[in-house]
Design a protein around this ligand. Sequence first.
Ligand code: CDP
Length: 247
Amino acid sequence: MSGHTEMTLVNEDGVRIDGRTADQHRPVHIEAGVLSNADGSAYLEIGKNKVLAAVYGPRECHPRHLQDPTKAIIQCKYNMQSFSVSDRKRPGPDRRSIEISKIIAEALERVVLTELYPRASIDVYIEILQANAGTRCAGLTAAAVALADAGIPMRDLVPSIAVGKADGHVLLDLNKEEDNYGEADVPVGIMPSTDEIVLLQMDGDMTREEFDTAIDMAFEACHELCDIQKAALKKRYDTGAVREGSE
Ligand code: CDP
């Protein structure tokens, strides 16, 4: 988020370096149930981002001192693989991944009916296989599908996408160049049935008016993303039904 750049990120016709208009997100693909040893899983691509989410639980909570007698806790590990970025990332947790794990767990706590599973833990693993900005949103979107795939009771799904500003334009779903050289990055996650916000962060600066425009864009995109999440879950369920019937 340098705030100014020599690079042109949006041309005179309002077209971005990857050919999108301001309010277009990158192509999204979601597949549910991709790992057989996890209770639930999902694979998600948004543009060049590639993300895998695996869910285990509800299961006994370790370490035990974290147990809550009133509800399950959600433990999330967001991990960026060394090979996911162009400069090899040092393996293991760092401040950034600890922060992202925390905000994703907090977002998911809003939708999971944790009160049904006192003392238990629901463990969510997010692996970033390829990164191109917006990985926390991609991770959260994938994790919500993985939780649903695990059959864990939820109030809603959580779609998540970033909005921001680059070259003076409010943009949906920033890519890496727009994130690096742009003026603002605002990851948003919502519960689509009530439009409650479960994740909202902001890096950089924009005017109140720009922020309102950006949030409207994010909500519209989140509703679209939610349809893709649902379609992925439905596809998994439908395929299962056909297989069973044909055996
Ligand atoms: O991925 P997200 O936008 O949620 O988080 P960020 O901290 O704003 O990082 C933006 C992007 O910078 C990532 O998606 C990666 O493409 C890149 N990055 C990197 O190349 N090396 C890192 N150690 C961290 C981030």
